[in-house]
Design a protein around this ligand. Sequence first.
Ligand code: NI
Length: 136
Amino acid sequence: MTGLSSIAAKVNLTGVLATFDDIYSPRIIGRVNDYDVKVAHAQGEHVWHVHDHTDEFFLVIDGQFAIAWREPDGGERAVELHAGDIFVIPKGIEHKPSSAGGAILMFEPSGTLTTGDRHEGDIPAHVDSTTGRDIS
Ligand code: NI
């Protein structure tokens, strides 16, 4: 049974983002049914990857954020996002985030790995391959 203790404290996005500097290392700030709400700092190139079983929701909180993706026919497209913009990458679509500097919120099933079910090449040192870290 779910008790009152499971009701989380109020979370402030700006406040949480100020508690860590790691790039592409999402912190879990809330849970909604079996989904996690995560925030992350973004800077530089992520890695091409794909989530076979879930869409991935992005909201840009601050700065600039871009997502490149590969169409099923092989063509490559990209979208540039800024604070307040949302974008959804459908499941099964290869994608690679990048940023000149910014912060994002993600909403996706618990256990979703930042580097997907598959990724291309080596994972850069500045990309944390994680299902999300708890806020301290
Ligand atoms: Ni992804």
